[in-house]
Write a protein that binds this ligand. Structure first.
Ligand SMILES: Nc1nc2c(c(=O)[nH]1)N[C@H]1C(S)=C(S)[C@@H](COP(=O)(O)O)O[C@H]1N2
Ligand SMILES: [Mo]
Length: 263
C-alpha cells in the first residue's frame, strides 16, 4: 500500500511540476504549441498520454487487499443502501431472471462491447474472501466470485486519453421532485485493472442476491463500501468526471464523500 501511495505521489508531483512551469510561462507564450519540435510542447503532449499509459506503468506495482480464510466468514453480507431497486428496467430484468441483462463497456474504447450474464460466467473467474468496510462503521468478511475487469477492458481497447471508469447502476438511490437519481461511482484505471477488481456474480458460494447487487456488482477491494457498485449495467471510459451527477464522480462523492475512498 505504502509503495503504491509513494508512486501515486511521485506521479502527482511530476505532473504538478509540469503544469506549474507551463503555467508560469503565461498564455501569450503558447505560440510554441505550433512548433513541432519544441521541448515544452513535447512534454505537454506526453502529459496528455500520461493518463492511460502512466496509469498502466503503475499497474505492475499494485498491492493486494488482504484475503481471509473461509473460517473468518462469520456472518452473511449485510445488505446496505439500495436493496431492492424499483426502476422499470431493473424490475423487468429481475422478473426475467436476468436473462436479458447485458453489461456494456463504452465511452473511450476502440469498440463498445456488451456481455450477457452467461458470457461473464463463462470467462475466467476469480474468488476472493475480503473485508468490506462501510463508512457507517461496520464491516463484513465475504467470499466474492467474478470475472476480472482488466481483461475485459483490454478486449474493448481503452483509448490513450481515458482516465476513469464510470460505473452506472440500475437503482434509484434517491427520488427528487426533478426525478430519480441513479447510483453511480467511478475509479481510476489503476483500480479498474487491479487484479482483485472483479465483476462479481457470486457471493459466499451462492448466486449474488438482489439485496447485494444482482446480477453483477463490482468489487474494488482497496476501496470503501460506496466504491463497490451494485446493480451495475454500464462501464463508461472517460477523461473527465464533471459531466456526471454533480461532477464529483459518484452519488456519495456528490454528497461529500472522498472520491478515492481508499482503505
Ligand atoms: N448501486 C448501488 N451500489 C452501492 C450502494 C447503493 O446504494 N447502490 N451502496 C454502497 C454502499 S454505501 C455500501 S456499504 C455497499 C453495500 O453493499 P452490500 O449491500 O452488498 O452490503 O454497496 C455500495 N454500492
Ligand atoms: Mo457504505
Amino acid at each position: 500500500m505504502s509503495r503504491l501511495i509513494l508512486n501515486r505521489r511521485k506521479f502527482l508531483i511530476g505532473s504538478a511540476a509540469l503544469t506549474s512551469s507551463a503555467a508560469l510561462s503565461g498564455c501569450s507564450q503558447f505560440d510554441f504549441l505550433g512548433q513541432r519540435d519544441n521541448p515544452i510542447r513535447n512534454a505537454m503532449e506526453r502529459a496528455n498520454v500520461l493518463t492511460y499509459s502512466a496509469q498502466r506503468a503503475l499497474i505492475g506495482e499494485q498491492t493486494l487487499a488482504r484475503e481471509f480464510a473461509e473460517s473468518e466468514i462469520r456472518q452473511g453480507m449485510k445488505p446496505n443502501g439500495s436493496t431492492e431497486p424499483t426502476t422499470p428496467e431493473y424490475m423487468f430484468l429481475r422478473q426475467a431472471n436476468f436473462e436479458p441483462y447485458r453489461l456494456t463497456i463504452k465511452g473511450m474504447v476502440d469498440r463498445e462491447l456488451s456481455f450477457s450474464l452467461a458470457e461473464l460466467r463463462n470467462m475466467p473467474a476469480r474468488t476472493q474472501i475480503t473485508r468490506h468496510d462501510c463508512v457507517e462503521g461496520w464491516s463484513c468478511i465475504a467470499k466474492w466470485t467474478g470475472t476480472p475487469l482488466g481483461p475485459i477492458l483490454d478486449q474493448a481497447g481503452v483509448k490513450p486519453g481515458a482516465r476513469y471508469c464510470v460505473y452506472h447502476c440500475f437503482d434509484n438511490i434517491q427520488r427528487t421532485i426533478s426525478g430519480d437519481i441513479l447510483y453511480y461511482t467511478s475509479s481510476d484505471l489503476i483500480d479498474a485493472y487491479h487484479p482483485q477488481t472483479i465483476l462479481s456474480y457470486g457471493l459466499n458460494d451462492q448466486v449474488l442476491p438482489v439485496s447485494n447487487g444482482a446480477p453483477v456488482r463490482l468489487r474494488i477491494e482497496r476501496a470503501l463500501g460506496y466504491k463497490q457498485p451494485k446493480y451495475l449495467h454500464t462501464i463508461e471510459l472517460v477523461d473527465d468526471l464533471s459531466p456526471f451527477g454533480r461532477g464529483q464522480g459518484g452519488y456519495w462523492e456528490d454528497n461529500g464523500y472522498d472520491w478515492y475512498g481508499g482503505i
